[in-house]
Write a protein that binds this ligand. Structure first.
Ligand code: PLP
Length: 402
């Protein structure tokens, strides 16, 4: 029996793998009791226990750090966990955090319930109104959060202007950069202290991983955040890290394909009579277009559109006519998704004057003409009137004759 459990020794020299090997969270063996006793002196980059990361985690952390232009990255088991971890680490009782009114919905839920319960003051700001933001900053803030373009309604934020106001007010700047990602925008280069990516979206890119990252530009914060994650017992799965690494290798080509396809579809949607407005900062008609053009190198494949009031009446039935595009949340994968997204309860500092539902379309890797055909089917179904009753009976009679 014992023989089944003893480690054998194999040669690893000469095995320089082209891909990242999976080192699962395991126990580290120490050569002697003295080194074991001294293990916590090893520093944040050495290996102590699986919870604090394996070479596979380090590889992905380093890759993301390089892409973001930061000094350290910590991984979390979801984008949401990455955001909540950095906020919990930075904010203390009595302090104030400013969130854009367009913040990712679950972050609003977290802030309103968990941060408020901890005695942290939560305020929402209009992401496009710098004057109002200045007034808000004058009341004091430990952290200002940005997310540009905003979730669902896609408002662009004037990043450099907001960073300048935050600096003057002594607030830290954090940014959810999941839409642009590090290939199209690098918040740390523009003065942010913290950048978060929902790796579950474009970066892993195949709708089969949940993970998030926090990258910082100051290693004092990086080391203390890493210690925080360890104390909280938060880590990512090594098998998933390899999935994210695989996604990163094709990120640039997937983004190019998805964003080109998305803008073609956005332009096509703008011409359709059932569509009231398309929300995509790459469109010249979009209010955030100048900021997008100035700050971003490209786009993601996800954007929104609104239907006219008349077309909205049969929204849910018409969605059933989609054959290629699936109905579902999330975005940034290879398969296209459409989510009718309600803004009820998700805006408090601004008033949403648009439709009840914004249709969020995540464009995948399918051929663009096929996606346009699928969306045509959907838009046509919004207009079609139900068959009169006698026509149905005629159909049945006709069928019975055959
Ligand atoms: C999806 C999303 C997140 C959260 O990512 P999960 O990994 O799904 O928790 C955060 N921010 C934005 C903008 C997102 O779209």
């Amino acid at each position: 029996m014992t023989r089944c459990l003893s480690n054998v020794s194999v040669r690893t020299e000469g095995y320089d793998s082209l891909t990242v090997p999976v080192h699962r969270a395991t126990t580290i063996r120490y050569p002697n009791a003295k080194e074991f006793a001294d293990r916590f002196d090893r520093g944040p980059d050495d290996y102590v226990y699986g919870l604090y990361g394996t070479p596979t985690h380090r590889y992905l952390e380093q890759k993301i750090t390089d892409l973001e232009g930061g000094v350290r990255t910590v991984l979390a088991p979801s984008g949401q966990a990455a955001i909540t971890s950095i906020m919990l680490h930075l904010l203390r009782v009595g302090e104030r955090v400013l969130l854009p009114d367009t913040v990712y919905g679950p972050v609003r839920d977290f802030a309103d319930h968990e941060l408020v319960a901890l005695g942290i003051s939560v305020a929402y700001y209009d992401p496009t109104d710098l004057r109002a933001l200045q007034d808000d900053l004058d009341k004091g803030a430990r952290l200002i959060w940005l997310e540009s373009p905003g979730s669902i309604t896609m408002e662009m934020q004037d990043f450099p202007a907001i960073v300048a106001l935050a600096r003057a007010a002594g607030a830290l700047v954090g940014c959810d950069n999941s839409w642009a990602g590090p290939l199209n925008f690098r918040p740390l280069d523009h003065g942010a202290d913290v950048v978060v990516e929902a790796l579950s979206k474009n970066i892993s890119g195949h709708s089969d991983v949940l993970m998030g990252s926090v990258t910082v530009r100051d290693d004092t914060l990086g080391v203390s955040l890493k210690a925080f994650m360890g104390r909280m017992g938060i880590n990512a799965c090594a098998d998933d890290c390899v999935m994210v690494m695989r996604g990163i290798e094709t990120l640039a080509v997937r983004l190019l394909q998805a964003s080109r396809s998305a803008i073609e579809i956005a332009n096509w949607l703008e011409q359709r009579s059932e569509v009231k407005r398309v929300l995509h900062p790459e469109l010249a008609s979009d209010p955030g277009h100048q900021i997008w053009k100035r700050d971003f190198k490209g786009s993601a494949g996800v954007f929104g559109f609104e239907l006219t009031a008349a077309a909205s009446e049969k929204l849910f039935e018409a969605l059933d006519s989609l054959e290629i595009i699936s109905i579902g949340a999330s975005w940034g994968g290879t398969k296209s998704l459409l989510a009718p997204s309600s803004l009820t309860g998700l805006r408090t500092a601004t008033v949403w004057r648009g439709s009840e539902f914004v249709l969020r379309l995540s464009v995948g890797m399918e051929a663009t003409p096929d996606l346009i055909q699928d969306l045509s089917r959907f838009l046509d179904a919004l207009r079609s009137t139900p068959e009169p009753v006698h026509a149905v009976s005629t159909c049945v009679e006709d069928a019975m004759k055959d």
